[in-house]
Design a protein around this ligand. Structure first.
Ligand code: PGA
Length: 246
């Protein structure tokens, strides 16, 4: 299956950086993997208008279509301005905004209702890994935060060990392999044969220098990239590695 490289800009970026998105889009004329960038909400529309070869996404949405929810944005609104995929349950939102698995599930359902792809993020903390709880944490997160009818079109799962995000620490190859194999097994036993084609991304300190090795691990179908997605040259290195790994 073709790999997906998705950039998560978090709360970084400004209008001038649409030029970086255009540069990445130009590069992607030639690429053989899928590429997405999730900038902050105010940049989605311009990013969408300036791109042809990559998808634009969002980093969060509300569970409802509309309503008296000051400061919130619905999946439908995001799609209208060009978002095709929406991150849900990123660990920063689970921590900073107290998003539980139940909320993540409702948000995933909202993304499906709107007709976009939900990129559902899961991952253990260092404390949980040290206590040998990684797989049970992943299982609980998948059981509780993935909605019923997931398909390779409407859902991507992103495995992001919390301790690897923004730290420069990357798990051992075997640790990534076993987490991804576990996630694949869970998806296949819960959702059936179609789940073999649901993409599972790895996220956490992915860079041009480690992307090739990460993409060679079985059941790693792409990457969710934070810091290295903010510089077009760095992100293009990762796109190159994904294109070459097919
Ligand atoms: P990072 O972030 O690549 O900067 O570690 C990944 C993420 O938060 O999705």
């Amino acid at each position: 299956m073709s790999k997906l490289v998705a950039g998560n800009w978090k709360m970084f970026g400004n209008k001038a950086m649409i030029a970086d998105i255009k540069k990445i889009d130009q590069y992607c004329k030639e690429k053989t993997c899928e590429v997405a960038i999730c900038p902050p909400f105010p940049l989605i529309s311009a990013a969408h208008e300036q791109t042809k070869n990559i998808k634009i996404g969002a980093q969060n949405c509300h569970i409802n279509i509309n309503g008296a929810h000051t400061g919130e944005v619905s999946a439908e609104m995001l799609i209208e301005v060009g978002a095709q995929l929406i991150l849900v349950g990123h660990s920063e939102r689970r921590q900073d905004n107290y998003e539980t698995n139940d909320i993540v599930k409702l948000k995933s359902e909202a993304v499906h209702r709107a007709g976009a792809t939900a990129v559902v993020c899961i991952g253990e903390t260092l404390e949980e890994r040290t206590a040998d709880k990684t797989l049970s944490v992943l299982q609980e997160q998948m059981l509780k935060s993935l909605p019923k009818n997931i398909t390779p079109i409407n859902t991507v799962v992103a495995y992001e060990p919390v301790w690897a995000i923004g730290t420069g620490l990357v798990p051992e190859t075997d640790q990534i392999r076993s987490a991804h194999a576990f996630i694949r097994g869970f998806l296949a036993s819960t959702y059936g044969a179609e789940a073999h084609s649901v993409k599972i991304l790895y996220g956490g300190s992915v860079k041009g220098s480690n992307a090739k090795e990460i993409f060679s691990i079985s059941n790693v179908n792409g990457a969710l990239v934070g810091g290295a997605s903010l510089k077009s040259d760095d992100f293009i290195e990762i796109i190159k590695a994904a294109s070459n790994s097919i």
